[in-house]
Ligand binder design. Structure first.
Ligand SMILES: *Cc1c(COP(=O)(O)O)cnc(C)c1O
Length: 357
């Protein structure tokens, strides 16, 4: 039976990425060796890193003056690397969920942290608006897509100070204006590659403004100067990321991807709003994530939650269980998830409705 993969992360990747990476694990670049057993300094692998960097720049239209680096440690290491490198006195944060909260906690070890607004009062089911960003802070940190709670900042935040964004779970899903950001980062395992590589897009001139001594491995300058080759980078995930970038380009780029993502999200949210058995956990349509669709069963049907989960599983749906902080269901509908998988989920919801009404 065909599987429909709704896991939140690690999550679905394009078949193109999986097949090409599998081939390279046997024979990389015609070298007669596995990708796992060749030097990261071989000219064949250096070409992979360079092509991945240049496709990042091309697909996201990254302006001059920015670097793209590939690191280890996950997005979580960036929670401390960012303040280590950028926080001289004070930083501002927007608290929109669990990942934002973790980034705030880490920053507090480096200086004063101002939380400009929070949606914690309503279990993070909305995006705060109308807050003021302090102009005397060193940077303002946001989490554009809140993977756990299913909200997304889809409007451009205009920041008077350098804007830093965790885009782990919505990078490459919609057109963004990179020039509005000083730093964009994310773990790869939501929309790009298997776990193990973290991308950082960084405006070079924001560095060098803190006095503290930064350990070599935690200093962005090290990795920019050595072009992500200061130490051994995560070779296999970087190769897989390159395949996903090529796939994105073949699909017509980010603008095309965004159109498909809007169609997928609309299809699913429309069904949740129509179907009397289900309710979206994020009430405001403009705050709903196009990547992670969170929903629960309405009061009258809540006793059928486990049954629905089993019914969906019997139809090949995988990874639909909601995060423990939200409950219910979460359908992660990342770039690589086909439109047909969303259609299949909608059919399952309608069939279940007919069984129960
Ligand atoms: C998954 C996720 C993280 C954590 O990523 P790791 O690579 O596991 O550290 C951070 N932020 C967001 C928005 C995420 O979705």
């Amino acid at each position: 039976m065909k599987k429909h993969n709704f896991y939140a992360g690690p999550s679905i990747l394009p078949q193109y990425t999986i097949e090409n990476t599998a081939k390279a694990l046997i024979d990389f670049a015609g070298m007669g060796l596995s990708l796992m057993e060749v030097s990261h300094r071989s000219k064949q692998f250096i070409a992979v890193v360079e092509e991945a960097q240049s496709l990042f720049k091309e697909l996201l239209n990254i302006p001059e003056g920015y670097s793209v680096i590939f690191l280890g440690g996950g997005a979580s290491l960036q929670f401390s690397m960012i303040p280590f490198n950028l926080l001289a006195k004070k930083a501002a944060y927007l608290n929109t969920g669990e990942w934002a909260r973790k980034s705030i906690k880490e920053a507090k070890g480096f200086g004063e942290v101002v939380v400009v607004a929070s949606s914690e009062d309503k279990n993070f089911n909305y995006i705060p608006r109308g807050f003021e960003i302090p102009t005397d802070a060193d940077y303002f940190h946001i989490t554009t897509n809140n993977t756990i709670f299913g909200t997304e900042i889809l409007h451009q935040i205009e920041s008077p100070i350098p804007l830093v964004a965790d885009m782990s779970s919505d990078i490459f899903s919609r057109v963004i204006d990179v020039s509005k950001y000083a730093l964009i980062y994310g773990g790869a395992q939501k929309n790009l590659a298997p776990a193990g590589v973290t991308f950082v897009i960084i405006k070079n001139d924001i560095l060098g403004k803190v006095d503290r001594k930064i350990p070599t491995m935690l200093n962005y300058k090290t990795h920019i100067e050595k072009e992500s080759m200061f130490n051994t980078p995560p070779v296999v995930p970087i190769y897989a990321a390159l395949q996903t970038l090529k796939w994105l380009k073949n699909m017509g780029g980010i603008a095309e991807m965004e159109k498909i993502n809007i169609r997928k999200a609309d299809l699913l949210y429309n069904e949740i709003d129509r179907n009397p058995l289900f309710r979206a956990t994020v009430p405001a349509k403009e705050d709903r994530s196009r990547m992670n669709v969170c929903f629960v069963m309405t009061e009258a049907f809540v006793q059928y939650e486990k049954e629905f989960d089993a019914f969906a599983s019997s139809r090949g749906m995988v990874g639909l269980q909601g995060h423990r902080d939200v409950g219910g269901f979460r359908a992660s509908i990342y770039n690589a998830l086909p439109y047909e998988s969303v259609e299949a989920l909608v059919s399952v919801m309608q069939e279940f409705e007919n069984m129960k009404k």
